[in-house]
Design a protein. Structure first.
Length: 145
């Protein structure tokens, strides 16, 4: 799999955006920054998987997505290498130790963090979408399902 400098540029911008975007006049908390980085890495890994296979993984169970992105896929390609903290079951987790949710929608897979309150689908949830579009979209802070 050959990756162009543009893809690496996109990857870098997405990860930096997750770290730098200010919230409410002060910098984001350590947990929020860690969560944005983790979600951006998952998003970019899913984007690269889509570029290679022409679709996103059908599996949306968190531990299975980790396995697929770490090489349990038809060509044994690694789209993600674990250098981050994980749950005991191998899941992507947010900065508060909660598993990220991966939910399919009309344009791809929505990745959701429970946020500071550790409850899903509340106003402090962080979301980002992995899509089948040509470039990864920007994340959001939303409580929508």
């Amino acid at each position: 799999m050959k990756l162009s400098p543009i893809v690496f540029g996109i990857v870098g911008l997405v990860i930096l955006a997750g770290i730098i975007i200010p919230t409410g006049g002060c910098g984001p908390s350590k947990e929020t920054s860690r969560t944005r980085v983790e979600m951006s890495q998952a998003q970019v890994s899913l984007y690269l998987y889509n570029q290679e296979y022409g679709q996103l993984p059908e599996e949306t169970d968190n531990p299975m997505i980790v396995q697929i992105l770490e090489g349990d896929n038809p060509r044994r390609l690694k789209f993600y290498t674990a250098d981050r903290k994980r749950s005991k079951t191998g899941e992507f987790i947010d900065g508060w130790g909660m598993p990220l949710l991966f939910k399919p929608n009309d344009t791809g897979i929505l990745i959701r963090s429970a946020g500071k309150d550790r409850l899903y689908y509340t106003k402090d949830d962080l979301t980002i979408e992995a899509t089948t579009r040509a470039s990864p979209p920007k994340g959001s802070n939303s409580a929508s399902p």
